[in-house]
Design a protein. Structure first.
Length: 488
């Protein structure tokens, strides 16, 4: 069935408290999606963010970001007083997240909510039991970080760094209140998230979530399972992830994430990875699996290198991982992010797994390429097509930077001009044969504010929609377009 959706991260929702949350505006956005006949709401990873505020560099693959907990909902639950948060200056503009203010102020408010929480609550106790396999390590990890001034786990005392059981028990007994705080915050996060997701699903809106292929070095994942990564005796990475250079950047990119010990993971049928994927599949309705080509071959760079020039391609787990996943959990709804330079072996793995791939129209009109698989006449049904993703320019930004010849080709190809290019591109997307098409919210709102510029470390992940952006007239126009292009 032909479907359509909108890409808008939780942080970008309107909110009086500096960042989007699971509160009233999220529910209003679901209502907007329903009225606009949009079946999918695509978001970015929900994990707690670390340095750089990127949702792709998280302290955990399992935990939720406390920033998204709605303060008004906590007030309704009797955990906060409005006076405790309403007068805080959460941001200097409604159009950007001020992560510095959020970092300094949000935890203070959440600790007040924790102080009123009944830790003997039956639902909370059930949550602890059901999620112990990740929650215990995560809450300990965050408590130790706080105790040691948020330093990386590599800089902790050796017994804590090395996950010594006796040392961790001693730490827990001495710091139980901090550990319990992080457990309670996760309970509140997932309580609000599950309520919002249920509301969306009841209105025939499905959530597309995002699973990064790599873990941040400073994360509970790597700390608690360090034996599954290529680390030395001091737990430091021997090799890191990245991508090779190209015509635009001959040095390539150093991502800095530690690499997996795939040989070791293979011995128990990739249990760690299978558990990680199926958890995300419960968290969302559909999972977008980031950097899919890394499962075929990944780029391996010595951790001591200053650039990615001397990295090498190494074989990944290939189909064996996904075969194990299917044997354990059956078929799961997965979208594979197969963008960039994709080789035949990546295409073969995608087909063998039965996952949907991705197409991006912004890639179609580069350098006079008539055989690009991203061009509208080369699109296929079994894929998810975008004009641009969170890593790309908005339509406005793309056209501003576009080469003259490429722009002429785009305008001639689509029969559009400077006056109607945005609508022309949107209609081309909706009219395409692709079963699923996703539009960035910024493009629907005609805003030139991109979410992320890859290979940059500042100024990203900040954009927010203004309150009142998602109007009934806009929903009606979208619903009309969906009717024209038979998307339901």
């Amino acid at each position: 069935m032909r479907r359509s959706g909108i890409l808008l991260h939780i942080s970008s929702l309107p909110s009086p408290y500096g960042i989007g949350t699971f509160g009233k505006e999220a529910y209003k956005f679901v209502d907007f999606l329903k009225e606009a006949r949009q079946h999918y709401w695509q978001i970015l990873p929900l994990g707690p963010t670390s340095y750089g505020d990127s949702p792709y560099q998280s302290y955990s693959s399992y935990a939720g970001n406390p920033y998204f907990i709605d303060l008004d909902l906590l007030k309704e639950d009797g955990l906060l007083k409005r006076s405790e948060y309403k007068d805080i200056k959460w941001s200097y503009t409604d159009e950007e997240v001020d992560y510095g203010v959020i970092y300094n102020e949000r935890a203070k408010v959440l600790r007040k909510a924790y102080s009123r929480f009944d830790i003997n609550d039956e639902d909370y106790q059930a949550f602890i039991d059901n999620n112990a396999y990740w929650l215990n390590d995560y809450s300990l990890y965050m408590a130790i970080k706080e105790t040691y001034d948020m330093r990386s786990w590599l800089d902790w005392p050796k017994v804590l760094r090395d996950h010594d059981d006796k040392a961790l028990i001693r730490f827990y007994l001495d710091h139980k209140d901090i550990v319990d705080y992080h457990r309670v915050i996760q309970y509140l996060f997932f309580k609000q998230w599950n309520d919002l997701k249920a509301y969306a699903n009841e209105r025939d809106v499905e959530i597309i979530g995002d699973l990064p292929i790599y873990c941040a070095l400073d994360s509970a994942d790597v700390w608690a399972s360090s034996d599954l990564f290529l680390l030395d005796d001091d737990k430091k990475p021997e090799y890191i992830a990245g991508v090779p250079g190209d015509a635009f950047d001959p040095d390539g990119q150093l991502w800095g994430n530690p690499l997996y010990d795939w040989d070791k993971m293979q011995r128990d049928g990739y249990s760690w990875w299978c558990d990680r994927i199926v958890y995300q599949n419960h968290l969302y309705d559909v999972v977008r699996l980031d950097h899919f080509r890394g499962f075929v071959q990944y780029f391996k760079i010595k951790a001591t290198e200053k650039t990615a020039r001397d990295g090498v391609w190494v074989d990944g787990p290939g189909y064996a991982l996904f075969e194990s996943l299917k044997e354990r959990y059956g078929d799961l709804d997965i979208i594979a992010e197969d963008l960039g330079v994709i080789t035949d072996d990546v295409r073969e793995l995608l087909e063998r797994c039965g996952f949907m791939g991705m197409r991006v129209l912004e890639f179609a009109f580069e350098h006079d390429s008539r055989d690009s698989s991203y061009l509208p006449h080369n699109l296929i049904r079994d894929c998810v097509t975008y004009i641009g993703t969170h890593d790309n320019e908005t339509i406005k930004g793309w056209l501003k930077k576009m080469d003259k010849e490429d722009k002429r080709y785009l305008f001639d190809y689509l029969n559009i001009d400077k006056k109607n290019y945005r609508i022309g591109l949107l209609k081309t997307l909706w009219a395409s044969v692709s079963d699923i098409v996703i539009t960035q919210a910024q493009d629907l709102l005609d805003i030139d504010k991109r979410m992320n510029t890859p290979a940059t470390s500042s100024g990203n992940w900040k954009w927010r929609a203004k309150r009142g952006s998602f109007t009934k007239p806009l929903a009606k126009r979208l619903a009309y377009m969906m009717d024209i292009y038979a998307r339901y």
